[in-house]
Design a protein around this ligand. Sequence first.
Ligand SMILES: Nc1ncnc2c1ncn2[C@@H]1O[C@H](COP(=O)(O)OP(=O)(O)OP(=O)(O)O)[C@@H](O)[C@H]1O
Ligand SMILES: [Mg+2]
Length: 353
Amino acid sequence: MAANSSSPADSSSSPRPHTYTIGYAMLPNKHDTFIQPSFLDLAARHGVRLEAVDASRPLAEQGPFDLIVHKLHGQAWRAQLEAFSALHPDVPVVDPPAAIERILDRFTMLDVVAGLGVATEGAVATPRQVFVADAAALACDDADAALGGLRFPLIAKPVEVDGSAASHDLCLVYRREGLRGLRAPVVLQEFVNHGGVLFKVYVVGDHATCVMRSSLPDVADARLHDLAADAAAPFANISLLPPPAAGDVEMPPQDFVNRVARELRRALGLHLINFDLIRASDPDGDAKYLILDINYCPGYSKMPGFEPVVLEFLLEMLRNRPGHEQPCPGAGSGTGLSAEALKAEVEPSFIPS
Ligand SMILES: Nc1ncnc2c1ncn2[C@@H]1O[C@H](COP(=O)(O)OP(=O)(O)OP(=O)(O)O)[C@@H](O)[C@H]1O
Ligand SMILES: [Mg+2]
């Protein structure tokens, strides 16, 4: 394929013939998570075309692709990717299915945190949690054994994160009676008060953007002993709520965010993730950060200015393909475009007229 060599300065608003094709495989209801017109336009201006993969047909019969990005799971899809890679070893697949599968289980997804440098320095941790395989263990008088010393309030989370609505049905449990009626297998996690503010960190290769979101409000001790109030309260998709008013909330230091993101991404062997971070105050008033959740290939369209960041990452993957010697489209002198240069191209659309 012939590489294009224009720079952002000579890119016009009209798309030009594409030079590279990236196949993306995700459920149709996830397409708008980053396959937005603003992103497709920017990519087209840099000679990159995105083509939806039809997972019901052999991947090897589609394309040709220069890169595959995917967010599908399961044995059949994995077999498809393996067959494709055997045929096209030079076409990178972002990311390895085995690494993605490791974070589809809520109980084990956080294991990686304990091994991070930032964790050993005590700067980041995870809430204490247990895995309960059988709901009967929660219904009996001996539920304390299943709790393994966890203290209320607890958050009950379905073990599997499979993209279904049900996998986001969570429940805040204030006292023991609230455990009855939970479906197993379930992860029970200690609820940590954090001032009702959550930080979502979007990671795209070496880039990390932290945004603030609303979270569950703190739970006062008195609520745990209020027998007139519900013993448990189901909730879902709390992080889709509008963010709290900016100003009062101190954002986590960007250096810290970058470091956690970099270590997490390397330890997981994944390029495209986001993670949920809360800040709890310990009794000395020192900030303590906890990671609650890690997701693969999140909805980047909710990350401000995602287009140039995601495109620059994809261009970088294309540049670094095995056996690739030509500069990639939009790579100018061959040194590659910076995300800053790409950003300048889409920024006007963010300025209100
Ligand atoms: N241990 C915890 N302590 C305090 N708050 C928590 C805890 N776990 C979860 N939450 C709150 O519940 C929300 C949802 O939890 P989590 O992210 O694990 O589930 P999810 O299904 O992935 O939700 P989402 O898709 O909204 O991120 C978090 O964003 C946070 O507001
Ligand atoms: Mg989450």
